[in-house]
Design a protein around this ligand. Structure first.
Ligand SMILES: [Zn+2]
Ligand SMILES: [Zn+2]
Ligand SMILES: [Zn+2]
Ligand SMILES: [Zn+2]
Ligand SMILES: [Zn+2]
Length: 244
């Protein structure tokens, strides 16, 4: 099978073949196998050059940082220092870079006036221009690429759900959750009062749900924090028409 090896001396990747995997060989999320040794130096060199995405040298798919940490076998100490470096690289870029919703690569917005942004790797892959909405991070639906509306429902509310801060009160049972959530049933936006159990009652449909995992059952703080929501807008419309 094919294996990717980083040559730290030459600062480049080599592609070889091996009969079987050894310790330190990792199958990555893109399916390619990579050797651990040298990856540390690769990370460091990349960060020193201001890089912030770690892509498979074979297929260019991004390896999430959580995975890079593991395959490069970083120590706790190295993790901390690399993450601090990554953070300082990302901070000034946060305004002009966002992750493409389809391929997760960072895309730079060239024109700050434009709501639609084209992802080049996705466009090349699908042989047609792939654009997404800078606000709600969904595929661009409007035939007019210059428009100030992406054609998706609940664009600005979704943008709020994606960009609001996280709850920083360490004692709260909803610590780490976004400050705003949507009711999973009717998509009405709601907030947690920050004290008491993670459950909240939707102010609109009175559906009770867990602010952390968005599940319907009563939870303790052991449940996983569900990722930020993107609204369909469909549920909302149903309710509006129902209410006349
Ligand atoms: Zn790959
Ligand atoms: Zn993309
Ligand atoms: Zn949008
Ligand atoms: Zn509701
Ligand atoms: Zn829960």
């Amino acid at each position: 099978m094919e294996i990717i090896v980083y040559d730290a001396m030459d600062r480049r990747f080599l592609f070889g073949t091996v009969a079987s995997l050894e310790t330190g060989d990792h199958e990555t999320s893109c399916g390619h196998v990579v050797k651990s040794s040298g990856l540390k130096q690769w990370c460091k060199a990349l960060l020193d050059e201001g890089g912030f995405t770690f892509n498979c040298p074979k297929c260019a798919q991004e390896w999430p940082w959580q995975e890079v940490r593991k395959i490069a076998q970083l120590t706790q100490e190295e993790c901390r220092s690399y993450e601090a470096q990554l953070h300082s690289i990302m901070k000034p870029k946060a305004k002009s870079y966002k992750k493409c919703p389809s391929c997760s690569l960072y895309v730079q917005r060239m024109d700050p006036e434009m709501l639609s942004v084209q992802c080049l790797p996705c466009s090349e892959k699908s042989d047609k221009s792939f654009q997404f909405c800078w606000e709600c991070l969904r595929e661009w639906k409007n035939a007019d690429g210059q428009s100030d509306s992406c054609g998706n429902k609940s664009c600005s509310l979704t943008a709020l759900l994606l960009s609001c801060g996280t709850i920083k009160q360490k004692r709260s049972e909803v610590y780490g959750c976004p400050k705003v959530r949507a009711c999973p049933k009717c998509e009405t936006l709601t907030q947690h009062c920050l004290s008491g159990c993670p459950d909240v009652l939707c102010p609109n449909c009175h559906h009770q749900f867990c602010y952390r995992c968005l599940g319907f059952e009563e939870c303790n703080t052991n449940c996983c924090i569900a990722k930020r929501q993107k609204l369909t807008g469909i549920k909302d419309n149903k309710i509006k028409s129902f209410m006349g």
